[in-house]
Design a protein around this ligand. Structure first.
Ligand code: PLP
Length: 421
């Protein structure tokens, strides 16, 4: 069932945190939608920056020159990650903050009566930054989610999309239930009314290949801590959009991309670590050339390696997640909240156990050293649509490529005990 060419022990040995013990049990990290663990090489890169290259940017002495060069190299790494140009990459505190800055900048060109579309499956980080614009008279429409398939209702989207729509902001991968949205269709439709598209790829980024060229998206954001890196947000902005964007900036700041979007001093050590997280994925790709049949001849070698690396991670994780779901379904009283077979989804799986509060389930798992999240995960629209806002939301299990079948089996046996089956 689960392909063995993936060197799971080799992967695990790179993550020092996996050795942690809780109450005599080896910890099982099933919390990846909240953030993954970090390989030693990423940690080393950050320490190396702080020891050997620590400085502010823009000067003439060794450490500042090295800092500028490191930032530029990281922009190149993310250009390969997103499939764009280095100047289309901006760094920031986290995705939420980047999106607030983006929405406020876009809003400078909006007027009362203009419309913005968001969706009910969105994380609040891609809802509130747009909803707040209602105070300027902008009308925000939220597209319904199909509660059977846990997907964005495309018919409702088509109904809401009009010539008044100026922005379409939507979620690429649901951090609550794992749904992967049909981003290409959503963007193609948005383009028919010339709306700006903003894609929240924070959850998706760990589970699929980002390709902003293929999507033809205007803005896409993600956070490196969701894919083996440190806590930092990264924004892709299509040049033609960023060039005309009235960003919020101090007057001394350069007025061209990417600097025009980056306020103040950046988190240099995190930028250094984020580049290494991409190298970690690319190195997996180097070991799995079988996942890329026709390398993109225009793309860099690193881009091709990132693509095969991401595909290798998914080829390992998805069968594990399928096995997990099939076994969960057998547990009496367990209700699974996952898109049905045939719909694209990540290896994030949510459920409820009849009569048990999700937080109590998470606590019982935590006592056995199994780290899972419970609640609404800021997916406010989805929880409302599912009628779960007042009753504690869901228990969420999120796989990462360092999880093993043994860990899944150990988790299943604890869930069975909690369920009393
Ligand atoms: C889908 C999604 N969007 C946005 C965010 C917010 O990201 P950040 O914590 O970097 O602001 C998260 C965080 O969990 C998320 O899962």
């Amino acid at each position: 069932m689960i392909k063995n060419s993936f060197d799971i022990e080799g992967i695990r040995s790179q993550f020092p945190s996996l050795k942690r013990n809780i109450n005599g049990n080896q910890a099982i990290y099933l919390d990846s939608p909240g953030g993954t663990q970090t390989p030693q090489r990423v940690i080393d890169k950050m320490v190396d920056y702080m020891i050997n290259h620590n400085a502010n940017s823009g000067g003439v002495f060794a450490t500042t020159v090295e800092t500028d060069s490191m930032i530029l190299e990281t922009r190149k790494s993310f250009a390969d990650f997103f499939n764009c140009s280095p100047e289309e990459i901006s760094f920031g505190e986290n995705s939420t903050t980047l999106n607030f800055k983006l929405s406020q900048a876009i809003a400078r060109d909006l007027k009362a009566g203009d419309e913005i579309i968001i969706t009910d499956i969105d994380h609040d980080a891609n809802r509130s930054p747009w909803e707040i614009l209602a105070e300027r008279g902008v009308i925000v429409q939220s597209v319904r989610v199909n509660t059977e398939t846990l997907t964005i209702d495309l018919e409702d989207y088509k109904r809401k999309l009009t010539q008044k729509t100026k922005v379409v902001a939507f979620n690429y991968g649901s951090n609550a239930v794992g749904t992967i949205s049909d981003a290409k269709t959503i963007i193609d439709l948005a383009k028919t009314v010339k709306a700006i598209t903003v894609v929240d790829a924070v959850h998706f980024a760990l589970h699929g290949v980002l390709d902003v060229k293929e999507l033809d998206a205007d803005f896409v954001f993600c956070s490196a801590y969701k894919f083996f890196g440190p806590h930092i947000g990264v924004l892709y902005s299509k040049s033609e959009r960023m060039n005309v964007l009235k960003t919020l900036k101090v007057s001394a700041q350069k007025n061209y991309a990417p600097d025009k979007f980056e306020t103040g001093t950046l988190n240099h050590e995190a930028i250094a670590g984020a580049a290494e997280a991409i190298e970690f994925i690319a190195d997996i790709g180097r070991k799995h050339p079988e996942h890329i049949l026709t390398p993109d001849s225009v793309a860099s070698q690193r881009r091709n390696n990132i693509i095969s690396g991401m595909r290798a991670l998914e080829a390992y994780e998805i069968p594990l997640a399928e096995y997990f779901k099939d076994e969960l379904k057998k547990i009496k009283g367990l209700g699974l909240f996952s898109p049905p077979k045939g719909h694209l989804c990540t290896s994030t799986i949510s459920f409820r156990l009849e009569d048990l509060h999700p937080l109590d389930v998470a606590k019982s798992l935590a006592e056995k050293g199994i780290f899972v999240w419970a609640g609404g995960f800021y997916a406010v629209g989805l929880m409302r649509a599912l009628g779960l806002s007042e009753s504690g939301g869901l228990v969420r299990i999120g796989l990462a490529p360092y999880n093993t079948k043994d860990e899944i089996d150990r988790t299943l046996s604890v869930v069975k005990v909690i369920a009393g089956s």
